[in-house]
Each structure stands twice: as structure tokens, then as C-alpha cells.
Ligand binder design. Structure first.
Ligand code: HEM
Length: 238
């Protein structure tokens, strides 16, 4: 008998537990608070799935297997596009309702999302975490192909870009990395504009200056070296 034979849709997905986790706190009740919670919680679920896939991308690259990594990048891009759209859905929250539910938030802020930070670290977009990032793993692959990755890394990247026929997988992966970077810049820009619509110039609940902080974050690049030349990486726009 297989392990799953006693499962139902409800039990396999743990729906009773999952659907008990959306608990609006505002009193009197604010209609849009459920949407506010669902958009945040689904972000965290997708963050979990993205971390799972990015770790597999990193491991495939460290293993010298670029193609499974490229397949998974396709999925990672689609999920990130979905999250960019999800931010937009929150713009349908009436401003009046946002002000009412803001009291219930207290100090809570997306700034405290541990999975968001982990996504940046695992991608290689912030200072090293515990293990190698996706960017570290890409550089290991570049090194394994005999191209220098020390101070001459920019030259190696130029060579990869100039000779996609010689390094099709390295060039394709550079496109994936740049697309990944670009999609997260887009998420941060979309989040900034959405937040600005709600809070204008007042500080965020997490204690930062609010939109000024978010604007500085939106300008950040995970992989600045991949933004020097348009050349073959322009194909990342599809
Ligand atoms: C009405 C909706 C929202 C507003 C007004 C808003 C506002 C803000 C503000 C002002 C900050 C800066 C930190 C602070 O001082 O609080 C911030 C950070 C952040 N928010 Fe939101 N946010 C909203 C929705 C969301 C959603 C749906 C997510 C999804 C998880 C999210 C994720 C984040 C993350 C990850 C950060 C840290 C960004 C970084 O460090 O680059 N926010 N938000």
C-alpha cells in the first residue's frame, strides 16, 4: 500500500490547518484585511518554492550540470512574474481601509521577511551567507571551463558574451541570471510604487524612512557585472 493511499485532497494539502491561518485583527472589521493577509502569505509560500528551486539550481551548477539549472530558471522567472502581478492586486485596497488596518500591523513589516533576505543571499545579491550562492556556483562553472574568475572575471564574461556558440550554456545562464536580477528589480519597483500610493512620505511600519528606503533598494543590482554591456545579454528580454 502506498504512503499516499489514505490521503484525501483536504488531508494531503493540510487544508484545515492552512485555511485556519488567515486571521484578520482589525476591530471593527476591515473588508480588505483578508486580501492583505492572503497576498503576504502567498508571497511567503512562493518564496519557499523559489528557495527550493534556487538551491537546486545552485547544486546543479556546482555539479557541472547547466541544463537542469536552465529549466528551473524558467520556472523561477514565471513565479517571480506572478509575484510582480500579486503586488498589483493590493492596489485595489481602498486607501481608507489601509489606514484602518495599519493599526493592527503594529511594527510588522515585509522588512522582517527572513525568506526574502534568504532569496537575496542565495541568489548572490547580498553578502555571503552560510554556503555558496547561485552566483558563486555560476562562477565555479565558468572556472571549470578554463576561464579565469579572479580579477579577470569581466574579461571572461566578455568572452562568453562574444562567443555564445563556444559557450552556449554559460551564455544562456548569464541571460538567466540577468533576467532573474531584472525581475527582482521590477518586483522592488512595483512594491515601491504600490507602497508610495498608500503611505506617501510617512515612515514604514518597520521603522525605515519608507519610500526613500525602498527607492534605494530598488536601485540595487544582484549582478552588476552582467549590466555592463547590452550585447548578447539583451536576448534576456526574449
Ligand atoms: C499596502 C501594502 C504594503 C505597503 C504599504 C508596504 C510598505 C513597505 C515599506 C514602507 C517598507 C520599508 C520598510 C519599513 O519601514 O516598513 C517595506 C518593505 C518590504 N516589504 Fe512591503 N509593503 C506592502 C506590501 C508588501 C507585500 C504584499 C509584500 C510581500 C511579501 C511586502 C514585502 C516587503 C519586503 C520584502 C520588504 C523589504 C524590502 C527590502 O529590504 O528590499 N510588502 N514595505
Amino acid at each position: 500500500m502506498s504512503a499516499g493511499s489514505h490521503q484525501s485532497y483536504q488531508s494531503y494539502l493540510r487544508l484545515p490547518q492552512l485555511l485556519a491561518q488567515q486571521v484578520p485583527l482589525s476591530r471593527p472589521a476591515v473588508h480588505g484585511e483578508l486580501l492583505f493577509i492572503v497576498v503576504h502569505q502567498t508571497h511567503e509560500l512562493w518564496f519557499k518554492s523559489l528557495l527550493h528551486d534556487l538551491a537546486a539550481i545552485r547544486d546543479a551548477l556546482l555539479d557541472g550540470r547547466p541544463w537542469p539549472a536552465r529549466d528551473l530558471f524558467w520556472r523561477v522567472h514565471r513565479v517571480t512574474e506572478l509575484l510582480i502581478e500579486q503586488v498589483t492586486i493590493l492596489e485595489s485596497l481602498p486607501h481608507r481601509e489601509f489606514l484602518l488596518l495599519r493599526d493592527a500591523l503594529g511594527q510588522a513589516s515585509g522588512l522582517q521577511s527572513a525568506q526574502f533576505r534568504e532569496l537575496e543571499t542565495l541568489s548572490g545579491g547580498r553578502r555571503a551567507g552560510a554556503g555558496p550562492s547561485v552566483w558563486d556556483a555560476y562562477l565555479a562553472l565558468v572556472g571549470a571551463r578554463g576561464l579565469p574568475v579572479d580579477g579577470r572575471l569581466p574579461d571572461s564574461l566578455d568572452e562568453i558574451e562574444a562567443s555564445p556558440d563556444v559557450f552556449p550554456d554559460l551564455c544562456g545562464l548569464a541571460q538567466d541570471l540577468r533576467r532573474h536580477d531584472e525581475l527582482w528589480i521590477t518586483w522592488r519597483q512595483r512594491h515601491l510604487l504600490m507602497a508610495e500610493g498608500f503611505i506617501g512620505a510617512v515612515p514604514g511600519t518597520g521603522g525605515t524612512g519608507g519610500t526613500a528606503f525602498l527607492a534605494s533598494r530598488a536601485a540595487h543590482r544582484y549582478y552588476p557585472l552582467l549590466w555592463r554591456t547590452p550585447s548578447c545579454l539583451a536576448a534576456a528580454h526574449e
